[in-house]
Write a protein that binds this ligand. Structure first.
Ligand code: 173
Length: 323
């Protein structure tokens, strides 16, 4: 009996060992989520990143992509990567201002991510993510993809009085500075809010309007665009530190690659603008002094909000991100 217990015990111990051992001693599988819908243009850089990591990282790093907003509400994604519920996240800083208020400033960069990696900007952004949300700032996508206002009522001046607009932290300070009323929603609620007339318009990048069917309920886009999309690949910091040098070097190489694809945005923007026009959307273009006011208000309201929300980190971020 004694021997049997010992044998069973030994068998269980061996079983437990095998159950927790990774497929290969060296391979790590990272669980990832996206805050943007799978198959949409905004999400595409991450889908390509996952595909490339899984193709080239066999035996070293693999990504188990759990899904987009149907797997996890977008405003929860920052918390999840911070706490380690997931190991990796594809998420815009606007969705985690609860953890990193200064992150709202990433959209205000006047440098590309390649330039920020040269001038110390990336280091500071990474340090903020380390300290405030236990994350490693692995990569940035979205450079060259500007935000716009989309509306169902005419906009002829840099004045949004009388309009109720759907926002996220990206647009709120700017639109409110020009006298709009704002309502915050995740992307999944935009269509219905427009259909029901709850809002007269919304903020969104030049890319991706048609992915979500919003051209059906959108009359116009306002030009010029403003700011720069930031959708970032974050890794839980404990997980990042647990990786081998080789695994980290591999992920850095993949990050550099995905950031190089930002250069494709100029072409994608053109084809998106054409698709919007083909779908019947018109463009209200602000010119001259109104255009200047539009862009200046966007920039100033944006930084004012960042400095107010993050008085300690905002000023340094502004120095590093602006020319
Ligand atoms: O939901 C949004 O409008 C938003 O904030 C955003 C940020 C980055 C890319 C796309 C949308």
């Amino acid at each position: 009996m004694k021997t049997l217990t010992k044998l069973v015990g030994a068998a269980l111990a061996v079983g437990a060992l095998f159950a927790t051992a990774p497929v290969s001693a060296k391979e790590v599988v990272l669980r990832a989520v996206s805050s943007f819908q799978q198959g949409s243009l905004i999400e595409r850089p991450f889908a390509r990143f996952v595909e490339k990591v899984n193709a080239e990282g066999k035996g070293l790093v693999q990504i188990n992509y759990l899904g987009g907003p149907s797997a996890m509400p977008p405003f929860e994604v920052g918390n999840s990567v911070s706490s380690g519920v997931v190991d990796m996240a594809f998420v815009t800083a606007a969705f985690y201002t609860n953890l990193l208020p200064a992150g709202d400033g990433l959209k205000l960069t006047e440098y590309t991510i390649q330039e920020l990696r040269q001038n110390g900007g990336w280091e500071y952004i990474n340090e903020l993510h380390n300290k405030k949300m236990n994350s490693w700032y692995l990569a940035r996508t979205g450079d060259g993809n500007p935000f716009h206002l989309y509306v169902n009522k005419p906009v002829e001046k840099a004045d949004l009085s009388g309009l109720t607009l759907r926002v996220t932290p990206v647009y709120r300070a700017f639109f409110e500075k020009l006298n709009a009323n704002s309502i915050q929603t995740p992307p999944s609620e935009v269509y219905t809010a427009l259909e029901r007339g709850v809002v007269d318009g919304y903020g969104w990048p030049i890319q991706g309007v048609l992915d979500l069917g919003w051209q059906e309920v959108t009359k116009a886009r306002v030009d010029p665009g403003f700011y720069t999309v930031d959708v970032n690949i974050l890794v839980n910091l404990d997980k990042w530190r647990s990786l081998s040098d080789e695994q980290r070097a591999f992920l850095n190489k993949m990050a550099e690659w995905v950031e190089s694809t930002n250069a494709e945005n100029a072409e994608i923007n053109k084809s998106e603008a054409k698709k919007q026009a083909d779908a019947g959307m018109v463009v209200y273009t602000l010119e001259g002094a109104e255009r200047e006011k539009w862009l200046k208000t966007a920039r100033e309201a944006g930084w004012e909000q960042v400095i107010k929300a993050a008085p300690d980190d905002g000023p340094r971020l502004r120095e590093l991100l602006t020319k």
